[in-house]
Design a protein around this ligand. Structure first.
Ligand SMILES: Cc1ncc(C[n+]2csc(CCOP(=O)(O)OP(=O)(O)O)c2C)c(N)n1
Length: 586
């Protein structure tokens, strides 16, 4: 019987059904649900690592110890794990090892739009690119087989639409996990230069064998139809191709690296017009053109940016497009904002008031950059806030500027890659104010656990790191706890941190309102006192709205949404906001 599940669920299911024994990853949209689902199914050991490099390294150890294993991450996570990946490709594996990476064409939820297929080419490893949930399921099983047959890590790549869309999946007969031997093999696993040189030769030979395999594997298939048009494609683009050109001949790649040169040559020779449809980079096209194969339609007509759609394919072919009646076009924009009651709101309200330069990081707090709060001025990648603030302060000092930068970072990001930045700042006599928003979860990606939340992925209680102690151990003398719901106190603490020379760290220990559901008595507005000045609206809380009161518009609070955090009330100069009558005890 078929199950209707998402690509992410299919990968998790197949991991358990294909003899998997160990999984480790770091959350990141659209990959996060894979490990959550492995944990929910509950048959296989899995864990959140503190970052993607740690996750991949743990999985390397698991493979050396003989267990089939899986590491999950989003595309930018591979940048973090790349150091391990680029040498893992030399050592190869003992038991099957899959690195699952989810790309985000269209940047629905990411800081960039990089194409992970580049990594497969760069690391010289095979990559599979499923086109639906069934393939996501099947490719995990096939991935383990390829990984073991060719002694290589294998990358399994999804994109947002494959990861999150649901489709029918037929399960295969379950393979019982068998843990292999754990053997010492210095030339294979110790990549000193002398061993590495030998391994590099082996990697090149392996790639040639994989190329031969690509020609014959059923992972790649030709669907011959009308020979006027032949399209080479893979992944979700295959679905768009089938919708836009149902009669065209199609070469559908499941193994997207290395490419089956002979197969492509023969296919392209049989069709009048040869088109390549690929999202983001022109990786197929570049290689296929380098093979000397004629490409009639490709990246010259399909953008490197954003997602592909049937309309884009039709337009690239020069077909007349009847504009699709998109219901989305006329909807009002609803930019993301802090949740009602989120502790980040109070902090950014004060940072905005103080008009300091905020070196930001990646998490819910990045929303502090948006108007009208507009209190974040750089955000590059996870962990960059502290190191970048350090660099700013050093150059400020050289330029004779006295302004001290402020770095804002969340707890998960601090554990991920902020700690090393702070260590370096302390070591190099830095001069920044660092604010760590310790909401005890990885909120941005849906509230996953981390080393500060006190429990692990499968729900068991674990140690809970005390960030204040940790910061001290890294060499910071001034560490102060703050409560960002109290605006006056927070302002005073920030000013003190800015006035004190050298590194200064504030830790805001307020739990994520969405995950921990901390609810204070809700507030209401006294319209006798409210003048309609709208100062409170600057905190961009969706619980606040306007309502007509006589000839004036006055503020009202939505009782269904207000979390009673009181930040808006502290901004009101007319004392118009207070705990709603009858709601004193929530
Ligand atoms: C290298 C990398 N891995 C994962 C992500 C996905 N991601 C975005 S923000 C974030 C962490 C947010 O947690 P935290 O720093 O605690 O802030 P919060 O959202 O809880 O305020 C993650 C995992 C990413 N953007 N980059």
């Amino acid at each position: 019987m078929k199950k209707i599940i998402s690509g992410n669920e299919a990968i998790a299911l197949s991991f358990g059904d294909s003899g998997g024994v160990f999984a480790s990853g770091y959350p990141g949209t659209p990959s996060t649900e894979v490990l959550e689902e492995v944990a929910r199914i509950g048959e296989v050991y899995c864990e959140w690592a503190s970052n993607e490099k740690v996750a991949l390294e743990a999985v390397i150890g698991a493979s050396i110890a003989g267990g089939r294993c899986l590491s999950t991450m989003k595309h930018v996570g591979v940048n973090v794990a790349a150091d391990a990946l680029m040498t893992l490709t030399y050592t190869g594996v003992n038991a099957g090892l899959i690195l699952m990476v989810s790309d985000d064409p269209g940047q629905h939820s990411s800081q960039n739009e990089q194409d992970s297929r580049n990594y497969a080419k760069f690391a010289k490893v095979p990559m599979l690119d499923p086109a639906d949930s069934q393939e996501a399921y099947d490719f995990v099983r096939a991935g383990f087989e390829i990984s073991e047959q060719f002694d290589t890590p294998l990358m399994l790549r999804t994109t947002t639409r494959i990861a999150h869309a649901k489709g029918g999946v037929e399960q295969k007969v379950k393979i019982k996990p068998v843990v292999g031997e754990w053997v010492k093999n210095v030339p294979k696993y110790v990549m000193l230069p002398n061993y590495g040189k030998i391994k590099h030769v082996e990697v090149e030979a392996r790639l040639l064998k994989l190329k031969e395999f690509a020609e014959t594997t059923s992972l790649n298939r030709i669907e011959m139809d009308d020979t006027d048009l032949g399209i080479l494609t893979s992944g979700v683009s295959y679905q768009h191709v089938k919708e836009a050109c149902p009669n065209a001949s199609v070469l559908k790649l499941g193994l997207v690296h290395p490419l089956p040169e002979k197969m492509i040559r023969e296919f392209s020779a049989k069709v009048k017009r040869f088109m390549i449809v690929e999202e983001m980079d022109g990786i197929f096209e570049e290689q296929i053109r380098a093979m000397g194969i004629r490409v009639d339609v490709g990246k010259d007509r399909i953008s490197y940016c954003g997602e592909v759609s049937p309309d884009i394919i039709r337009a690239a072919l020069g077909d007349a497009i009847t504009k699709s009646a998109s219901p989305v076009a006329d909807l009002p924009q609803r930019p993301p904002t802090f949740c009602p009651g989120c502790a980040h709101r109070g902090l950014f309200t004060i940072l905005s008031k103080l008009n300091v330069f905020v070196s930001g990081d990646i998490g819910c707090y990045t929303l502090g950059a948006l108007p009208p709060i507009s209190a974040m001025h750089s955000s590059i990648c996870m962990g960059a806030s502290i190191s970048a603030a350090h660099g700013m302060a050093k150059v400020n000092a050289i330029a004779g500027r006295t302004e001290k930068p402020v770095a804002v970072i969340g707890d998960s990001t601090f554990f991920h890659s902020g700690m090393t930045g702070l260590l370096s700042l302390a070591y190099n006599a830095g001069n920044a104010l660092v604010i760590i928003m310790d909401n005890r979860t990885t909120a941005m990606t849906g509230g996953q656990d981390n080393p500060g939340s006190g429990q692990v992925l499968k729900g068991e209680i674990s140690q809970q790191v005390n960030i204040v102690d940790l910061v001290k151990v890294l060499g910071i003398e001034h560490v102060v706890e703050i409560n960002s719901y109290n605006l006056a106190e927070t302002e005073a603490s920030i000013k003190k941190g800015l006035e004190t020379p050298g590194p200064y760290v504030l830790v805001d220990k307020n739990p994520c309102i969405l995950r921990y559901r901390v609810k204070q008595p809700m507030l209401s507005v006294d319209h006798q006192k409210c003048t309609g000045c709208r100062v409170c609206l600057k905190v961009t809380c969706v619980a606040l709205g306007l309502v007509a009161d006589g000839d004036k518009m006055k503020v009202q609070i939505d009782p269904n949404i207000c979390n009673g955090c009181g930040v808006c009330a502290q901004l009101c100069k007319f004392d118009a906001m207070s705990v709603a009558k009858g709601r004193e005890k929530q």
